[in-house]
Design a protein around this ligand. Sequence first.
Ligand SMILES: [Zn+2]
Length: 414
Amino acid sequence: MKLEKYSFGMGDRFAHQGQAQLQAIIKAKNKGVNITPVWNKSHREHITIGSSPDDVRIEADAAVKALGWDGQYLVDADHINMDTVDGFIASSDFFTLDVADYIGKPAAESEINDFVAKYSEFAGTLHIPGMSEPFKIEKSFIEKVARDFLFAIKEAGRIYRHIAGVKGGDNFVVEVSMDEVEKPQTPEVLFFILAGLAQEGIPAQTIAPKFTGRFNKGVDYVGDVNQFASEFEDDLLVIRHAVKTFGLPENLKLSVHSGSDKFSIYKPINELLKKYDAGPHLKTAGTTWLEELIGLALAEGNGLVLAKKIYRQALGRFEELTDPYKTVIDVHKDQLPIPEEVDSWSGEKFAATLRHDQKNPAFDLQFRQLLHCAYKVAAELESEFTDTILEYEDVIAAQVKDNFFKRHIQPLFF
Ligand SMILES: [Zn+2]
């Protein structure tokens, strides 16, 4: 199964916006850009929401059928590992093998020695075609990469073979993710990681390294945009060269996780992809849930009452809700508005405070980040929440579609 050049990961916490999300993809197609929609949900999200991997498949199939989408579409078992993969195998055809937790664990000494021996031909001056400066690679650097990553690579191989044993190796797309770590992987590290993945026989079609800078959830990129762009360009060149050198799938591409709302890097990403005729996979997840809240607020009436109730509860449970996300958010309780103030707001004001429109003076980054973490509150409200989003489906769907098309798909793929 071959993933197409452009693909877009779409998370949908409560599984009600599949059609609205697909409408954004169809709009792009009608304007001449073909993108594969990939519905993704991680084990962590399923646990918080109380949903199952089968629900994502049902949602995707239903949206595709309802709108008559005849292009490729996939269901991504996002961030799975050996402990969690089994529940995803039947319903998924895209698997994100998350081996970040295994980075730094020691592989066997003999395996490390074999790796260093095999790839020491790349020690010295390593020219990557297209790159202005060659890498200077010490043998000790190759050994360091092996010590840091070989165990994780082997683990990815173990998970891959486990899935392939059930589904057949050609019946799914493989992504390898190492993004949920503090320290970015540089392009030269990526080169040797790709060597390892090829050696392990993992036909990865997407790879999610940790890029430089902060990828906070639901808000813009925090970091040096020029540095990001230069690293992203080097990564593209490294991948192109590694594909030829190690015999990896020729459509192997970069996957950008926590990719929603990273407006300041979309322009360089777009330009570099055009320059190298490459495609991205970009994953989004929580941004759709925030559009549901915006839609509820704009609907006024019960919708706005519910949005305010969720905010009040979220603030009351600040530590519990933000703690699991503390490495990927920057939010301070004392900088958030008090619930009594929020209760006095109009739906427009609530929506403008939450919507990721950096030009709007009402936009509040802190407010947005807290609510990003608050989907657990909505999940616990059960039918009170889901009935209300169904009641205001039209206004919510318009927000979801607009957010995807105007703020994400257009700047990235057009
Ligand atoms: Zn991720």
